[in-house]
Design a protein around this ligand. Sequence first.
Ligand code: F6P
Length: 379
Amino acid sequence: MKQNIKKIALLTGGGDCSGLNAVIRAVVRTAILKYGYEVVGFMGGYHGLYLDEYMDMTISTVSGIFHQGGTILKNSNKDNLFNFRMEDEFGNVVYKDVSDVAIANLKKHGVDALVIIGGDGTLTSARDFARKGINVVGIPKTIDNDVPATDITFGYRTALDHIMLALDALHTTAFSHDRVMILEVMGRNAGWLALEGGISGSADVILIPEIPYDIQKVAQKVIDRYKRGSKFTILCVSEGAKPIDGDVTVKMIDKTSADSVRLGGVGELIGEQLRKLVSPVTGQDVRYTNLGYIQRGGVTNAFDRVLGTKYGSYAVDMIARGDFGQMVTVKNDRMSTVFIEDVVGGGKMGETSRGGARRVNPQGDLVNAAKDIGVVFGD
Ligand code: F6P
């Protein structure tokens, strides 16, 4: 149904990734050029919506940002306005629902619809604003590529490029020193980055959360390669990888964040274990690299620029049609929509939290193709 829209707002929540600026540019250009809407951008995700920190968006504010990683609107992954962390008059940490302050700010600006760009935490709040009657449209974002209901999120492919180039670089040094090289990559509890990054960077061993590993099998692969004459081995390890008889490796707990667990360190752990299991047999040194936040930054690649453009322009079309409370999706290369409730929980698909994340199928084509060419997953 055609809507009477004059002004829209947008914000970027959660961790940043490449392609956010491409989405912002597409939203602003489509809103202004195709529909004649005014656009305001709130700064620092929901935090800016709460504090009324904003930027009036014009064609010139989005000029020259297309290729840049990050977001000109800034990110925050700490601000759930429905359970907002603040201090009371005695300095104690308390949590309050301050969503009405945000809604009052939207009203003050005359905003008719809000575009929310983010991952599951950000989209959960988007669902909650929709439940309070705000005209919300969601755009899925994460390098982890784990948002349910969509085939691909922007930022993922640029992160894959970083992983591939890192593995290419590790190959030459691993070859020169006859070493075992371990690269730990991001992805939380989904193994997409390690799997596709590992395949594209020609890793010999790929360890992902969806396939718990047996360290003995990993060690055997390294030893077998050495005996065959391949005196170096490359491992691509997801930060969420875990052994068959153990759990994930936690780097830290960030109590200020709604999603407090930060994974990290499993690559180093595996390095120590391989040093004991492999080095006495082959004499190889083992080295470990954590690719870290490099995966989230840098120049946005061609794929993510195009995908970000498609997501952004489609989101504004949704506003014009009145498809509120919904998120843009890509399914089999076609743009479509799904109710945010069905993505983050509360709707047909049930659960809230990352338990509902889209994860690698251990019996799927990608894993099978990798196994066919000799990649070991430690299972
Ligand atoms: O969800 C994206 C992501 O980059 C994960 O891959 C990683 O585990 C996490 O965010 C890191 O979060 P933070 O920026 O809070 O350290």
